[in-house]
Design a protein around this ligand. Structure first.
Ligand code: NAD
Length: 492
């Protein structure tokens, strides 16, 4: 069994209690790694190390350009280790090696991009109207940033926070998901190699319900960056609110993938597959509601079912596998529960609808690709996040109805639109209430483009220029150059 340690203050350490927990391989259903099980005392140590590093001249006085140099080095080291780290992620969360490999080979670009931005955070000179007064601003880091991330894309979602936070001069305490901590701990080794001072990056592992509050509520944590489910997000937000801390929230979704009658159907089919079967439907942007124009819905469902039936399930470490297991045993139970709920509500299952018992799935936590028709927009299967390969098909008659159904959820993370009409592309882009709208594509993302939610999918933006602003605060500095202090009883 593989065994890892946590990174605190530049040292590799066990939890202070010596306790560990098992991380499971979703393909075998067996434990494969031992991970330290942190308690609040370990959180205190990690935050203290990050706080000390924030104040230490080795980090505080490093020029912004040199911070960028360190970040770019991490990007280069990550590029060298991408395959090895991808394999750890696949063992830990069961996602395909083809997907994790592609994700990690792309990830160095985030470090290079924010490396370049580090020394472009400029203050402003304000044309103040008061005679003799000079006023300018400084863009300053916040201090210790705490990051909590989910299991589905561990290093990617960690990097989306880490790279801009470090570029802006903050220090960092990261708690990855208890279901997929191994790659983050291995990745932590790159920071010392790149030359980061000890304590700038700290990684603690453990259970959210045991150490989450201690980290989020720690008085020396200045900012919380969270990605996960909206119920957990609400709790994190409440804990942060007690300490008046800024937060960014990247939460779940119930995204609509809308196919109009004029769409290129071959492409739209691939887009809907990519929305719900890629990553076994375990992405925040899963297009779990297929809104299909009534005139093509029967043909669409028939062709989708044919396509989904040929998808190869099996070992996620096999580069030819297309659908792997779901990541955790509770997640398997949750997806199967939702399938039962959909049936009870009256939706009709036309594909799958249960645990996959195929020989190539072994004892792994597999769910058959599942398609429901006769889904009503108000059903739970059309309103709640399932996080599995379960598609609900909803027909619509015109553009207004498509918009109404698409927007009729508490979430607003992403939406897909498939049409050949450029006018419709633009009106749909405006009318859909979601942080991302993909038109004739799905699941595209880049370090250059902002990502985040509307409504209950969260707030704040990751990636692009917007993200670095989440990790700075603006200071206003006043200098009186007149040499004369006027009547102190009157505000200047
Ligand atoms: P989760 O909410 O269960 O856990 C997320 C993180 O929060 C984990 O590290 C967990 O340990 C921690 N946590 C749990 N309880 C906590 C507490 N009381 N205080 C502080 N932290 C706590 O989410 P998950 O099941 O790991 O991931 C799936 C969810 O993540 C889905 O809802 C998905 O949509 C969402 N997600 C969102 C995005 C996005 O960018 N919007 C991306 C990926 C996943």
């Amino acid at each position: 069994m593989r065994s890892s340690q946590m990174l605190i203050g530049g040292e590799w350490v066990d939890s202070r209690s010596g306790r560990t927990f098992e991380s499971f391989d979703p393909y075998t259903g067996q434990p494969w790694a031992l991970v330290p099980r942190a308690a609040p005392e370990d959180i205190d140590a990690a935050v203290a190390a990050a706080r000390a590093a924030f104040r230490d001249s080795s980090w505080r006085d490093l020029s912004a350009t040199d911070r960028g140099v360190l970040l770019a080095r991490v990007g280069d080291l990550l590029a060298e280790r991408a395959e090895e780290l991808a394999e750890l992620e696949t063992r830990d969360n069961g996602k395909l090696i083809s997907e994790m490999g592609a994700q990690l080979r792309y990830l160095p670009q985030w470090f290079r991009y924010y490396a370049g931005l580090a020394d472009k955070l400029e203050g402003r000179v304000i044309p103040i109207e008061k005679p003799g007064m000079f006023n300018f601003t400084l863009e300053e880091p916040l201090g210790v940033v705490a990051a909590l991330t989910p299991w589905n894309s561990p290093l990617m979602l960690g990097t989306w926070k880490l790279a801009p936070a470090l570029a802006a001069g903050n220090t960092f305490v990261w708690k990855p998901s208890e279901h997929s901590s191994v790659s983050a701990l291995e990745f932590g080794k790159l920071f010392a190699e790149a030359g980061f001072p000890p304590g700038v990056v700290n990684i603690v592992t453990g259970f959210g319900n045991e150490i989450g509050d201690a980290l989020v509520g720690h008085p020396d944590v200045a900012k919380v960056a969270f990605t996960g489910g909206d119920a957990t997000g609400q709790r994190v937000y409440e804990t942060a609110a007690a300490g008046i801390k800024p937060v960014t929230m990247e939460l779940g979704g119930k995204s609509a993938n809308i196919v109009f009658a004029d769409a290129d159907l071959d492409n739209a089919l691939k887009g809907v597959v990519s929305g719900i079967l890629a990553a076994t439907g375990q992405t925040c942007v899963a297009g779990s509601r297929a809104l299909i124009h009534r005139s093509i819905v029967d043909e669409f469902v028939e062709r989708f079912v044919a396509l989904a039936t040929t998808a190869r399930m099996g070992n996620p470490l096999d580069p030819d596998t297309q659908i792997g297991p779901v990541a955790t045993r509770p997640q398997l139970a949750k997806v199967l529960d939702y399938i039962d709920i959909a049936r009870t509500e009256g939706a009709k299952c036309v594909l799958g609808g249960g645990r996959a018992e195929r020989p190539e799935c072994g004892d792994g936590w597999f769910v058959e690709p599942t398609v429901f028709v006769d889904v009503e927009p108000g059903m739970r299967i059309a309103q709640e996040e399932v996080f599995g390969p379960v598609l609900g098909v909803i027909p619509f008659d015109d553009d207004d109805e498509a918009v109404e159904i698409a927007n009729d959820t508490v979430y607003g993370l992403a939406a897909g639109v498939w049409t050949a009409d450029i006018g419709r592309c633009l009106t749909m882009a405006r009318r859909l209430e979601s942080g991302t709208v993909w038109i004739n594509t799905y699941r595209a993302s880049s370090y250059l483009s902002p990502f985040g939610g509307y409504k209950r999918s969260g707030f704040g933006r990751e990636n692009g220029l917007a993200a670095i602003r989440e990790y700075v605060q603006e200071k206003s500095v006043w200098i009186d150059t007149s040499g004369e202090t006027p009547n102190p009883f009157i505000q200047r």
